[in-house]
Design a protein around this ligand. Structure first.
Ligand code: PEP
Ligand code: MG
Length: 327
């Protein structure tokens, strides 16, 4: 089966009725880039920058981050690379920031993602500077995690512009139009304020892992409740669908980059909701492409409408299995 999948590497990612579905990769480490290219990804949809901060007892400075990021961006050869700013906090820990962050009563609801970046603007500035310099080596986008309010994006953009001005003043050739700045939609509040966020964001990436966790109030690493972690809960599907419609309406590019995006079972649903860009771990690229190539976009749209009318996750799962068996 693996050899059959490998044959798909250079085939286009398109449905039977020729609808293009961009398949990007999520990466956590620079070594993964080779696999990303081998598996025919058309870009990196989520570069988790945490690797530069985890397993280290110091904070990497701008130069160190620049070197790491520039290496990845150059290797990607002008394919787009979406670099996410630091998403430390919750389950992701950095030794050098431990004192800073303390241990609040509930880390998942505490100082993490963009909240930490706005608390420690010095860290965010160094990171944005490294990203802007790395952007001279290819096509970069900047993604902000755990966004809840429009004000957070306004503040990040102010800092982004200020960092760009400083770099220019120091002789760096930063492009006049900065790389697009976008938000992760992974907290229900963000999904429900999507039209307002669209005014401040140049793109969106739905993070289904956190969106599911925060919508259902279930931590899937908690054995007691993990069995109830179900992305097919209609609340999740409706949130994703609303975000997709709003992105089309506001002309803001959208991708999905949580684990759901890498599971071929869900591909007809995303297609049917109007999504045309999925980002996943490198090992899922070929299985998802195989699924895309067996689907018809209009059939998927019709089936998705039927699923969106349901309220029982178990029934939805059965319907989805049936639709996948037909394809
Ligand atoms: C997500 O929350 O779905 C996501 C892609 O981000 P992470 O898994 O890094 O939290
Ligand atoms: Mg997340």
């Amino acid at each position: 089966a693996r050899t059959k999948l490998l044959g798909l590497r250079s085939l286009p990612s398109e449905t039977k009725d020729k609808v293009q579905v961009d398949l990007h990769a999520n990466i956590e480490l620079p070594v993964e880039v080779t696999t990303v290219l081998q598996n025919g990804a058309s870009g990196i949809g989520l570069l988790r920058s945490e690797f530069m901060f985890m397993n280290k007892n110091y904070l990497p400075d701008e130069e160190e981050q620049y070197q790491e990021l520039a290496g990845i961006v150059s290797q990607m050869n002008d394919l787009p690379v979406t670099i996410r700013t630091l998403d430390i906090g919750g389950e992701k820990l950095a030794v050098a920031l431990q004192n800073e962050m303390g241990s609040g009563p509930n880390p998942a609801l505490g100082l993490r993602g963009v909240r930490l970046s706005l608390r420690r603007e010095d860290l965010l500035e160094a990171q944005l500077a490294a990203i802007l310099r790395a952007s001279l080596h290819g096509r970069v986008r900047v993604l902000v995690p755990m966004v809840v309010t429009v004000a957070e994006m306004v503040r990040v953009r102010q800092i982004y512009n200020r960092v760009a001005d400083r770099l220019r003043a120091n002789g760096h050739k930063i492009p006049k139009t900065l790389p697009p700045l976008g938000a992760m939609i992974e907290i229900p509040a963000a999904a429900l304020s999507i039209d307002a966020l669209a005014r401040e964001c140049e793109f969106f990436a739905i993070g289904t892992n956190d969106l599911t966790q925060y919508t259902l109030a279930i931590d899937r690493s908690d054995d007691q409740v993990a069995h109830s972690y179900d992305p097919l809960h209609p609340a999740i599907l409706r949130l994703i669908h609303e975000v997709s419609k709003a992105s089309l309406r506001n002309n803001v590019p959208l991708s999905v980059c949580g684990e759901m995006a890498g599971d071929p079972r869900y591909t007809p649903l995303f297609l049917g909701m109007g999504l045309r860009n999925l980002s996943m771990s490198p090992g899922s690229l070929l299985p998802v492409k195989q699924r895309v190539r067996r689907l018809d976009s209009r059939t998927s749209e019709y089936q998705t409408q039927q699923i969106l009318d349901q309220w029982d996750p178990a029934r939805i799962a059965v319907m989805l299995d049936d639709f996948n068996d037909l394809a």
